[in-house]
Design a protein. Structure first.
Lengths: 429, 274, 288
């Protein structure tokens, strides 16, 4: 038994210590003959149906390419993806989001797409603002699969009942003071809180930082804010808590960006801060009366909002069929037929011609998304840069520390200092 | 009178215990919008819409397809565990051999390491064996007695069996194989049934390893199909998910109901007198 | 001869267990981000664990509390119900199945949603308690109570140890009971003098396995807290923190070190239980 065990053990050891991933399939493209691609994403059944339909269309036009698709929910997706990549079975085309793009790209999991750009990968109809969201260290590692921006999703009936107006018309805006007054008034009206406490998500802090000329992370991957900034921000949000301008800690702590826990959906708040790509879900779950407003800003010249990829597509660095994978990517992004099939399954289409076409025919929740995009057009700045390695831990620590704040376990100042300290540690690793 | 008190007591305890299950079943009949927005026990307007959606299928296949895959894996796992674990348990529980103590200790150690850290090396092995995206990584380990839980369970049962039985068998001319077949196995029935029941149910519910090893929706099992309804990043279909959870409970519930009766006949009614 | 019986197990151990275990031990001495080759760092991971990571100690504390509360409760309930059901009554098979029913569910997303519904503000537990004048509010979203909901979930699914106890009780020869009854022993004495000693191997099994499982408890906390261990880290069980480190922070070397620390702790505890077992476990089939 000893010898066999040793051999099995050393086999695994060798594989792991050399970085199994690096072993498997470093070869270039084998252009000849039929190829099989693996294309993976996360999302619901609706997204899967349209994506598979688009893939079918691609296969019909490219009989020499077979595409195997895999999809699942968010958490299982990343569990499986990291195991596959670590085990040397990376997919050819994959879907990533903002926290994960930097983590994967900087660990050499993704192919640099610059060599394909302008050739087999047409990017000219995608706005530079949006393309910036797929760049890591100046290289295009991913391309936005759609476009989204921040939104305050609100139930106008609850706003009216409290005698409050929100800037829901195109071009309108509000300041943080106006916003706070409105939320407090709704809270005072008694039925629900003004909005779901949004202090937990680092995403909205990033918007606030941009309004103040700062950023979450600098281009070279350092922290772009200090504890004083975060203390100011959390203090501002915290003032709304006792007055029911924002939800109670018990509601806030279970927020995970998903619909089922949202204060608005569970009827504990009159509004949610979110991304407009989620609006179709709100529309289907909450009802058709929903409206949207921009996020508040005290700086008229800098609304802080951004044109962001809700999710991006990237090609695996170890893919044996990069050319074919890029071809599929280009098809999903730029083909009018594919655009029609995909609709707004990943936010409004990134390609502006297709977006015009899709939004022109949009109804229901999709129309809500398109309307918000149109209304906020002038407020959307360039996408925030990709987050550095360690940002997943920072995002989570941010929320955990905010839990301690809302449950009064730590002062806002200490909490802010701890976030900065932890973040510097995570970035250093 | 005592009988009535006994039944009454059991029923009251059960009422509390089963309430969450009742809530689960009842929620599966709620209209989609109510599933997440209310905590009430009863649906305002009961509907079978969720079940209709499940029957329509998910991920491109009908629900029966996933039932079939789950059943295949679960049955394979049951056979594997019952056979391989009872063999190993007999060796550990009854036979004398060099290194018994250390090997038993090692076996116990293997269940103490959190499986998340061996996940990737194990994946590498099955990847090298070309078994990813087949049922093998889920069934093969069961035939190799990797579920130390059940080996230990059977060892403990074997150790409660009086040694005189083995000695009698030896006098009758049985070797270890004969003793195992004619004495130990029949007496081990409660433990074997327990192993079968647990293996079936746990394999049926196992999400993690099925997620890692199965890629193609054609190979998906119930737990994998179930989670296709849920995605925190987009809109989840909790109604159909609840409905499918209820449907998924039925086979294992029936399996338990059918097999628990065999737990009844232990040593007292079968082995000793025969 | 013994090795013939052991051959499947030996094959499984060499092929599937030893390699991955040694690999994880090796990785615990490296910086390994899942995707790049690991780099040797010696004892750095272990040093950081013990001296520079507050959350590690926090998670260890949460887990200790979880184990200490859930294991005795679960085993107690399981044994009590097994005793209750270990009698030839009409419909006892149906009852057995009913008591096992919660354990059929495992720990899926639907269980998480059910549990949140039971223990959230205005959920079932809140309302029942309010009706008797105890206004605690929701449990699952309160840092001081959330861990108890996980304990409740573990205890609620007591089916596995119950079935094992039942199987053990069936092994107790009825003749012994009858003999004791003839000697004039009442039900309590018969339980303490006959049933309990014969049940000790099974009690040992349940105790050891439930303890090991409780130390590794993951899925319940993962699904109920959406993978975060909240609110305020109050349900951050050891394995959940390990998972976060390994898979969301891409620090698998560090996670491996955590795993081996846990292994040593659990192994020592198990060894102590086994040692004490020589004094309180009675094997009918043991050479004495």
């Amino acid at each position: 038994m000893g010898r066999v065990a040793r051999r099995a053990t050393s086999g695994v050891l060798v594989a792991v210590s050399m970085g199994v991933a690096a072993l498997a399939g470093c070869g270039g493209d084998s252009a000849d003959g039929p190829v099989t691609l693996r294309f993976v994403w996360w999302g619901n059944e609706e997204r899967a149906k349209v994506t598979r339909a688009a893939v079918d269309e691609f296969q019909r036009r490219n009989p020499d390419v077979k595409v195997e698709t895999e999809y699942s929910g968010y958490d299982p997706y990343f569990q499986k993806l990291s195991t596959q990549v670590a085990g040397g079975a990376s997919p050819d085309l994959l879907q990533l989001d903002r926290p994960t793009l930097g983590e994967y790209a900087r660990r050499n999991v993704l192919a640099d797409l610059d060599q394909y750009a302008g050739k087999s990968l047409r990017l000219d109809r995608i706005s530079p603002n949006l393309l910036a969201g797929g760049k890591v260290d100046g290289k295009q590692y991913a391309v936005a699969a759609g476009q989204t921006t921040q939104a305050l999703v609100l139930d106008p009936a609850l706003f009216q009942a409290a005698g409050v107006n929100a800037p829901t018309e195109p071009g309108q805006s509000w300041t943080w003071t106006e916003f706070a007054d409105a939320m407090n008034k709704i809270g005072a009206a008694g039925a629900v809180a003004g909005t779901t406490d949004f202090g937990w998500a680092i995403d909205w802090f990033e918007v606030w930082l941009r309004q103040h000329g700062k950023q979450l992370y600098t281009a070279d991957g350092k922290l772009g804010f200090d504890a004083a900034d975060l203390e100011r921000y959390w203090t501002m949000v915290g003032k709304l808590r006792p007055t029911k301008g924002v939800t109670a800690p018990e509601v806030t702590t279970k927020q995970d960006g998903g619909l089922q826990n949202s204060g608005l959906i569970t009827k504990q708040a009159a509004s949610d801060v979110g991304y407009d790509s989620a609006l179709t879900g709100y529309f289907a779950t909450y009802g058709q009366s929903l409206k949207t407003a921009p996020l508040p800003s005290d700086n008229a010249a800098e609304p802080g909002m951004a044109a962001l990829p809700p999710v991006s597509f990237a090609v695996g660095q170890r893919s044996k069929h990069k050319d074919a994978a890029v071809k599929l990517l280009d098809f999903l992004l730029n083909d009018p037929e594919a655009g029609k099939i995909l609709g707004a399954a990943r936010g409004v289409p990134p390609n502006e011609d297709i977006r015009a076409q899709v939004c022109g025919a949009a109804t229901g929740g999709n129309k809500l998304v398109c309307d918000h995009q149109a209304a906020q057009k002038d407020k959307m700045g360039p996408a925030f840069g990709a987050w550095p390695t360690g940002s997943s831990a920072i995002k989570r620590d941010f929320q955990r520390t905010y839990d301690d704040v809302i449950f009064d376990r730590v002062s806002v100042g200490d909490a802010a200092r701890r976030v900065v300290q932890d973040a510097q540690q995570s970035l250093g690793s | 009178m005592r009988r009535v008190v006994w039944h009454g007591g059991v029923l009251v305890v059960l009422l509390v215990l089963l309430y969450p299950l009742v809530w689960l079943v009842s929620t599966s009949f709620k209209p989609a919008a109510e599933v997440v927005s209310t905590l009430a026990l009863l649906p305002s307007k009961p509907t079978v819409g969720n079940y209709a959606e499940v029957v329509d299928g998910v991920g491109g296949y009908g629900v029966l397809h996933y039932f079939g895959n789950s059943l295949l894996i679960a049955v394979g796992a049951v056979v594997g565990n019952v056979v391989s674990c009872s063999l190993a348990a007999y060796a550990f529980g009854r036979l004398h051999f060099r290194g018994r103590g250390p090997l038993f200790g090692f076996m116990m150690i293997t269940i103490m390491l959190p499986h998340h850290v061996v996940l990737i090396p194990q994946y590498v092995i099955f990847q090298q064996l070309g078994m990813v995206n087949t049922f093998w990584p889920l069934v093969l380990p069961k035939f190799l007695a990797t579920d130390a839980f059940f080996v230990f369970l059977m060892v403990q049962f074997i150790r409660t069996l009086p040694r005189e039985l083995d000695e009698a068998a030896t006098l009758d001319g049985c070797g270890p194989v004969g003793t195992f077949r004619h004495v130990i196995l029949p007496l081990l029935r409660p433990a074997l049934i327990t192993t079968a029941i647990f293996t079936f149910i746990w394999t049926w519910n196992d999400f993690f390893s099925q997620l890692i090893y199965l890629n193609d929706p054609e190979k998906f099992t119930l737990p994998l199909a179930l989670q296709l309804f849920v995605d925190q990043a987009t809109e989840s279909a909790f109604g159909p998910m609840f409905a499918m959870s209820v449907l998924a409970l039925l086979p294992i519930g029936l399996f338990f109901l059918a097999f628990q009766r065999f737990l009844v006949d232990g040593v007292a009614t079968s082995g000793l007198k025969g | 001869m013994a090795y013939l019986f052991l051959s499947p197990w030996i094959l499984g151990a060499t092929l599937l267990t030893i390699g991955p275990m040694v690999a994880s031990l090796y990785l615990s001495f490296t910086d390994y981000d899942l995707f790049s080759a690991p780099t040797w760092v010696g004892f750095d991971n272990y040093a950081t664990l013990f001296t520079g990571d507050e959350r590690f100690w926090h998670a260890a504390g949460v887990t200790a509390r979880y184990v200490l509360i859930s294991v005795p409760l679960k085993l107690g309930v399981a044994l009590a119900v097994a005793m209750l059901l270990n009698r030839p009554r009409k419909g006892v098979g149906l009852y057995r199945s009913a008591f096992y029913a919660p354990s059929l569910l495992g720990a899926s997303v639907s269980v998480a949603l059910v549990w949140r519904a039971m223990f959230s503000t205005d959920g079932t537990v809140d309302r029942v308690l309010a009706a008797v004048g105890l206004d605690v509010g929701g449990w699952v979203d309160r840092p001081e109570l959330a861990l108890l909901t996980l304990v409740a979930l573990a205890v609620w699914q007591f089916g596995a140890p119950m079935v094992i106890f039942l199987a053990g009780l069936k092994q107790v020869p009825r003749e012994l009971h009858e003999a004791a009854a003839i000697d004039g022993a009442g039900p309590v004495r018969r339980f303490a003098g006959v049933t309990l000693p014969l049940l000790t191997p099974v009690i040992l099994f349940n105790l050891v396995l439930e303890t090991i499982h409780a130390f590794q408890a993951f899925t319940g906390a993962f699904v109920v807290s959406s993978g975060r261990g909240g609110p305020s880290d109050s349900t951050l069980l050891y394995t959940l923190y390990l998972y976060q480190r390994g898979f969301t922070d891409f620090r698998m070397g560090y996670a491996s070190a955590m795993a081996w620390v846990l292994l040593v702790v659990v192994a020592v505890l198990t060894a102590l239980v086994f040692r004490s077992a020589r004094r309180w476990v009675f094997y009918a089939g043991e050479d004495r």
